[in-house]
Design a protein around this ligand. Structure first.
Ligand code: NDP
Length: 448
């Protein structure tokens, strides 16, 4: 069968089977057309129907999570774990606790994770999980009871050699601690079952920083190719969580100025450059809203209820680090008008497909999340290695390995795009390079 027809038939089938799963279908529609050119040159993968098989998740779990609130009332949320593909290693991918979590969101994230993990060059398969539970506004006791109930079910399906979850939106060190504690009570000590653990018990140096730093390292290598650097660059960031904070920290360290950051209530513009230490204190330590920033920084402005992507201001680089679909077509237009030359996704799928088309047309260098934010999962895999050998490596060692991995991912995306006559198309480069390794592994294992 012709590659074009083969890909179109798979796309049609997925749309028919998974109608209404908006985010998932968006990720599929971004991916499928880009691998057509690879399949055309490698018909053995069509003959073995590798893509058709890969696109079906190996396993999807949905379970109820009952928990008791501080008033003694029983609440219930939905828990998920999508174990999408284990061809090159144990399922690996974070847990997200956010009210927007549903099966479509879990599947899109798990699907992207397959190719992201493949790009790291490390032996990790693709998975994702989470719940529609919202830790915001809950007491520590409520979060703990929720995590314990969540893990009571999840522990049946994960393990250091089968599936190793980590954090994501709404799941930070506190949640990982409660989840790990419950796993330990139920299954005995198995440190390698979760990553993103605190440094005091089996965590890795530089894991907290890894996604944000990694995203900036990716752009650093891209700029390097253009004989440029972060020095003097104006950078706009969205989000103020784990990814955003450490992306801002690294940009600052490399000589750039971060003008904005945000949370789901609004955004901050600081013409003097965002005070990252203050954001850390507000968000990591005190769990405050970002609006508090202006109480100590009078020259900064807080824009309540507004998106940073609707803000007219000159800048060079945009790092969306909040959530999926935060930049639409109109906002991409404005980003181009604002002078943005590079967009690197710290978040997963923050640009809609229409937004990406606008960026491509304008010649903006667009770095998709599955490549640019792979640093987090890469250091998670390094945490697994450290746990296995009962050793912990220094911050410098892990950070330097992270930089090397991001350089390698950037070069792989660049070179693959060039090989298929699509220079600067990092989406195509990431998808083909990520897919080829997984497809080859499936073929050689008899399609498992
Ligand atoms: P956090 O929970 O630490 O922070 C998320 C940030 O994004 C917060 O500032 C949050 O604001 C904001 N946000 C969340 N949802 C929305 C929304 N609907 N609208 C506007 N702002 C929103 O999560 P992370 O920093 O860990 O994750 C951010 C992104 O990076 C996600 O897409 C995640 O999948 C991706 N990612 C994370 C990795 C990691 O290692 N943590 C690895 C790779 C990708 P508020 O506090 O108001 O909710």
């Amino acid at each position: 069968m012709e590659a074009k027809q083969y890909v179109e038939e798979i796309q049609k089938k997925i749309h028919a089977n998974d109608r209404g799963q908006v985010e998932y279908l968006q990720a599929i529609d971004e991916f499928l057309p880009t691998v057509e050119v690879f399949l055309k040159e490698n018909p053995a993968f069509i003959d073995a129907n590798i893509l058709g098989i890969l696109i079906e998740p190996e396993r999807m779990l949905q379970f109820r999570v009952p928990w008791q609130d501080d008033q003694g009332n029983w609440q219930v949320n939905r828990g998920y774990r999508v174990q999408y593909n284990s061809a090159i290693g144990p399922y690996k991918g974070g847990l997200r606790f956010h009210p927007s979590v549903n099966l479509s969101v879990m599947k899109f994230l798990a699907f992207e994770q397959i190719f992201k993990n493949s790009l790291t060059g490390l032996p990790i398969g693709g998975g994702k999980g989470g719940s529609d539970f919202d830790p915001k506004g809950k007491s520590d006791g409520e979060v703990m009871r929720f995590c314990q109930s969540f893990m009571t079910e999840l522990q049946k399906h994960i393990g250091p050699s089968t599936d190793v979850p980590a954090g994501d939106i709404g799941v930070g060190a506190r949640e990982i601690g409660y989840l790990f504690g419950m796993y330990k009570r139920l299954r005995n000590y198995d440190a390698g079952v979760l990553t993103g653990k605190p440094l005091g018990y089996w965590g890795s140096e530089a894991r907290t920083e890894a996604t944000g730093y990694g995203c900036v390292y990716f752009v650093k290598h891209l700029l390097n190719d253009l004989n440029e650097s972060f020095k003097g660059k104006k950078v706009v960031v969205s989000g103020s969580g784990n990814v955003a904070i450490y992306a801002m920290e690294k940009v600052k360290e490399l000589g750039g100025t971060v003008l904005t950051c945000s949370d789901s209530n609004g955004f901050i513009y600081d013409p003097n450059g965002i005070d990252v230490e203050l954001v850390k204190e507000l968000k990591e330590k005190n769990r405050e809203r970002i609006s508090k920033y202006v109480t100590t920084h009078k020259e900064a402005t807080y824009y309540d209820g507004q998106s940073v992507w609707d803000f007219e201001i000159a800048y060079d680089i945009a790092l969306p680090c909040a959530t999926q679909n935060e930049i639409n077509e109109k906002q991409a237009d404005l980003l181009v008008k604002n002078g943005g030359k590079v967009v690197a996704e710290g978040a997963n799928m923050p640009c809609t497909l229409d937004a990406v088309a606008v960026l491509d047309k304008a010649g903006v260098l667009y770095c998709p999340g599955k490549a640019a934010n792979a640093g987090g999962v890469a250091v998670s895999a390094l945490e697994m290695s450290q746990n296995s050998e009962r050793l912990s490596w220094s911050f410098e060692k892990v950070d330097s390995m992270l930089d090397d991995i991001m350089q390698n991912i950037y070069q792989t995306c660049r070179d693959t795009a060039n090989k298929y006559n699509a220079p600067n198309n990092f989406v195509l480069g990431a998808n083909i390079a990520g897919f080829e390794k997984v497809a080859q592994a499936m073929l050689s294992q008899g399609l498992v």
